[in-house]
Design a protein around this ligand. Structure first.
Ligand SMILES: CC(C)(COP(=O)(O)OP(=O)(O)OC[C@H]1O[C@@H](n2cnc3c(N)ncnc32)[C@H](O)[C@@H]1OP(=O)(O)O)[C@@H](O)C(=O)NCCC(=O)NCCS
Length: 154
């Protein structure tokens, strides 16, 4: 396993199915906090990970601690007809946020996207949230080409 200079965290490496239970637990804990305040159960979190991993063009990466536990992970898919590399989930464990791991996973995703021939990397997040600040800091901006729309039907 490649490790960084201080050996606290690995470099980004592929996310494996066997990582999903630990990553679902990480996901549940990370989104329980503000501003998300989600109350996903472990089973719901696992179902979310399974769902994104089942997409065509799926790519997943993790960073692990020196003990081998996932510290954060990213799930994405390359929508090749649009040359769009879409980030579906990016989650850093609460204890390891603010230490550059999200930045490293995004840099890795961008490198993979470029190698695949992507024209852009896209994602959706909550407006006026720490996540929006994080992505803006990495050069992401609201799309000038369109507006995200939804309609409540239940
Ligand atoms: C958002 C998230 C992915 C960022 O990852 P991270 O590893 O904590 O962020 P980094 O340490 O790489 O931060 C890089 C920069 O982002 C910005 N940033 C990160 N967290 C921030 C926060 N809470 N508020 C404002 N800016 C923030 C800062 O500019 C930071 O630079 P700095 O370290 O020089 O201050 C991570 O905090 C997380 O998993 N949060 C909970 C789940 C979530 O919101 N996921 C994204 C949903 S789409």
């Amino acid at each position: 396993m490649p490790v960084t200079e201080n050996a606290r965290f690995s470099d980004p490496v592929p996310l494996l199915r066997e990582d999903f239970p630990a990553c679902a637990d990480l996901y549940r804990r990370a989104f329980a906090g503000s501003p998300w305040n989600e109350q996903w159960t472990q089973d719901q979190s696992l179902a979310i990970l399974d769902f994104f991993a089942a997409h065509p063009g799926y790519q997943g990466y993790k960073i692990v601690t020196a003990a081998g536990e996932p510290a954060g992970f990213l799930m994405a898919r390359y929508i090749f007809p649009f040359r769009d590399f879409r980030i579906d989930e990016l989650v850093i464990a609460p204890a390891f946020q603010g230490q550059g791991l999200g930045t490293r996973l995004m840099a890795h995703a961008e490198a993979v996207a470029a190698a695949l021939g992507a024209e852009k990397v896209s994602l959706r997040t909550q407006a006026q949230s720490p996540a929006e600040e994080f992505y803006r800091g990495l050069g992401y901006d609201a799309s000038a080409k369109g507006v995200h729309m939804d309609k409540r039907i239940a």
